[in-house]
Design a protein around this ligand. Structure first.
Ligand code: SDX
Length: 427
């Protein structure tokens, strides 16, 4: 960080505020001492607020750039694997072949959950939303491992990170099997991460069942594209919750609840519902008009982003992948793909969207791939959580490794000034 300063004049007083520079991206003005000068910054939604320092992921919203450990997302999606990206997020460097093999073996060995876990699911109706179930499943992990965890020990933190990454696909698959009244399938040593998830979800339970390599590759790429995304709402939730020193699985559960919202990870489910509601390209204009109508709460799901004011680089990769997967599965005639592509073209050409720099985001095309793979719409956000859990736990580890300061924002108070209590017989 370089030390320059900004001068802020408040009520006639000049306040010198240090300016820090990172390796990429905007400088930050350090406002920590403003409180002692009698004022706060005010930034609802944290549009202009950097809440922490991080080395994990860099986003340039204007250029549509996303880097993990300095590596562009399109190169990682094209050339690496989800396990490599998980290793990169946890260690800051891509693994050697030996390191990757050891990492994959350690994750594979950690994927199983004990039989007690089956009871988590029976507490829910079969049609319960799988994000509600996943939230609770992390609560059970918190209970199961609470006494084993020392947040201050890097070895303990790494074990938690491996457990989060390894067990989330198992918990997700169990949620699907439970919803269908099917027996649970255990992870297998001979399958990789994406293959195991697909087999635990859709397998027939036979010990040598094969997994379609096209689907496994598409699943792995979906995981890569969701792995981390700087200080988004769910990651910030994990950091804020974790800043109190809480159980890390509980902090991840908090992240799951934040991701569920339709403005965030829940958008992928909402995109498919929207495309199904549109149904045919002839209906698109009606939905575009609704999206532009300020009196109509409807928004074009899968469009817009707090940071990207250009194409979301993940959406570009996802669009290519959607074409490839649907073609390889003989579903290129999928009518919803035509609706999605037409909707994208109309929206991008429309001044309302262009003026507000609203482009397709990561959620716009992902649902078409997930649907082609056979994932039910209600599970789309669970897949997002599965992909994002390496990012969540990598941010938790990064935060816990540094000087820990509990997150505690302030407010602009506009409530009643002090007044005396009035007895009820006088009100
Ligand atoms: C994810 O932060 C991350 O990194 C998130 C994420 C990650 O990987 O973690 O990238 C994943 O959450 C992607 C976003 C998924 N959500 C959606 O697709 C839902 C639809 N999008 C919108 O809800 C919205 O675009 C947000 C929530 C994504 C961003 O909202 P902002 O930054 O708060 O923007 P805003 O609401 O202030 O909108 C600015 C203007 C408004 O119009 P005006 O007041 O200027 O007239 O743009 C309009 C909005 O009404 N607008 C939209 C719109 N998104 C914004 N109008 C129609 N359809 C939309 N989708």
């Amino acid at each position: 960080m370089t030390d320059r300063s900004a001068t802020l004049t408040v009520n006639g007083n000049n306040i010198e505020l240090p300016i820090h520079s990172g390796n990429l991206g905007p400088d930050v003005v350090d406002v920590a001492k403003l409180t002692s000068q009698g004022c706060f910054t005010y930034d609802p939604g944290f549009v202009s607020t950097a809440a922490c320092e991080s080395k994990l992921t860099y986003i340039d919203g204007d250029q549509g750039i996303l880097l993990h450990g300095g590596y562009p997302i399109d190169q990682l999606a094209e050339q690496s694997s989800h396990m490599e990206v998980c290793y990169l997020l946890l260690n800051g460097e891509l693994p050697s072949a030996e390191q990757l093999a050891a990492f994959e073996a350690e994750i594979n060995a950690e994927m199983a959950v004990d039989d007690q876990f089956a009871n988590v699911y029976t507490a829910f109706p079969r049609d319960a939303h799988p994000m509600a179930i996943l939230t609770s499943a992390f609560g059970v992990l918190a209970a199961r491992y609470h006494s084993d965890i020392d947040n201050n020990d890097p070895v303990s933190r790494r074990k938690v990170a491996m457990q989060v990454i390894a067990k989330t696909p198992t918990l997700a698959a169990m949620g699907y099997r439970y919803s269908k009244g099917l027996d649970f399938i255990a992870p297998r040593a001979d399958l990789n991460y994406a293959e195991n998830f697909l087999n635990m979800t859709f397998g027939d339970g036979s010990p040598d069942a094969k997994v379609n390599p096209t689907l496994a590759k598409a699943m792995d790429r979906i995981f890569i594209l969701h792995a981390d995304h700087e200080q988004n709402a769910s990651t910030s939730t994990v950091r804020l919750s974790g800043s109190t020193g809480t159980n890390p699985f509980a902090a991840i559960a908090a992240g799951v609840t934040a991701l569920w919202g339709p403005s965030h990870g829940g958008a992928n489910e909402a995109v498919l519902e929207m495309l199904n509601e549109i149904g045919d390209v002839s209906n698109i204009d009606t939905f575009i008009d609704r999206a532009k109508d300020r009196d109509d709460p409807f928004r074009l799901m899968g469009f817009g982003h707090r940071v990207y004011k250009n194409f979301d680089p993940r959406a570009r990769v996802m669009k290519i992948s959607a074409d490839e997967v649907l073609k390889e599965l003989g579903k290129e005639g999928e009518p919803l793909l035509a609706v999605a592509k037409r909707l994208e073209r109309i929206a991008i050409e429309d001044s309302y969207f262009a003026d507000r720099k609203l482009y397709p985001n990561v959620d716009f095309y992902s649902g078409l791939i997930l649907q082609a793979i056979g994932i039910p719409t209600a599970m789309f956000t669970v897949i997002f959580a599965l992909g994002r859990c390496p990012g969540w736990i990598a941010h938790w580890c990064e935060m816990m490794a540094g000087p820990l300061k509990i997150g505690r924002p302030r407010q602009l108070y506009t409530g009643p000034v002090q007044r005396d209590y009035v007895n009820i017989d006088k009100r």
